[in-house]
Design a protein around this ligand. Sequence first.
Ligand code: UD1
Length: 430
Amino acid sequence: MDKIRIRGGKRLQGQIPISGAKNAALPLLAACLLTDETLILRNLPHLADIATMTHLLAQHGTELSMAGEHPGGGHMGHVLKLSAAHIASTEAPYDIVRKMRASVLVLGPLLARCGQARVSLPGGCAIGTRPVDMHIRGLEALGAVIELDDGYIVAHAPDGLQGGVVVFPRVSVGATENLLMAATLAKGEVVLENAAREPEVADLANCLNQMGAKIEGVGSDTLRIQGVARLSGTDYTVLPDRIEAATYAIAAAITGGDVELLGAQPDTMEAVIAALQQANVVVDRTDSGIRVCADGAASLTGIDVTTAPYPGFPTDLQAQMMTLMTVASGAAMITETIFENRFQHVPELMRMGADITVKGATAMVRGDSDRLHGAPVMATDLRASVSLVLAGLAAEGETTINRVYHLDRGYERLEEKLLGCGADIARIVE
Ligand code: UD1
């Protein structure tokens, strides 16, 4: 299995191009199932999770063809043409769904288009139990009949989905996206209340509207959808990845560097930018994205951060922020409110010298600028893995990160992007 080796202490300087957002691309890919016409998606990141989703779509009968690279070369993402003219199978098998929870996003589109779907339950996950009850309850509110059979969600709506009001008991990105896609083809009006406001949900809604859907309230917590009889194809560009951009912003900060993040959209990153500024990191808008500079770890200040649904501080950046706090002066309190088991990076950071105490959903970090030293580490999920890369960049000595496949699920050409800014990083292929 591949490893990443980092020799820490190099100040990052230069420019990093930001890829298309994984979490926007996944639902956008699933949306191709809603139409018999061709959907063209641009700026797709080249990631293992995207490959898993395209594999799933292919077994539903979708024809996929690569339409080449974006002008400007490989740095601007891939273009994919998807045509689900004929749905060959409405089953999403366990073997694919178990690899990636977002596979469950085919449930709403298949049910809305074909009147039936059989989708494996995603099962457990390293960062918590992550049930899909809200996806199921929501579709039932639109008239679907759903039962659980041998680990599969078996859903029927032979006369199509109906209008209705869905009030989500808590904010869920995936449930909002599944219901949003299903609602576009419902008979009547669907209202989704307490909907997720994440930019990736808005990106999906914008694409669906371009395909002929009638969605109002995009970007708000109430989405009002007038169902239409059919959707058409379109040509859509995936928005830049705010989580990737913020991860590299933290890489610049933790190495006392000066990095411009090309294509980053600061409007989607306000909570993170505010947190970084509070920690004494300089973040400025530029014509091409944002520029992040810091004077070195000694200049960073500990701050308190609590994760929350958008526009709050993203749970997908909690691990990276915690790493930054291990080298900032003073104490920092990091509270995780979205997932119940998302501190798996803590023991690994402590092996690198971090001083962290976890009590329930809160981690107390006592930072010190020369606290981190290199070590062999590994992590069990994507964001935890990248938090160890950040620690390695700041640490004295050599860090080896095992189980690199987690990184390949969500960070496109990570080593190349960091190397380009002067990091001493290499992939060891075994
Ligand atoms: C998405 C993101 C993930 C991010 C998360 C929260 C994608 C592909 N993944 O995941 O990177 O960390 O949003 O911002 O976009 N829940 C239920 N019942 C449900 C659905 C969710 O209890 O039916 C709970 C979850 O266990 C979790 C919380 O709701 O505690 C939020 O989860 P959700 O927003 O659904 O996360 P995902 O869509 O899976």
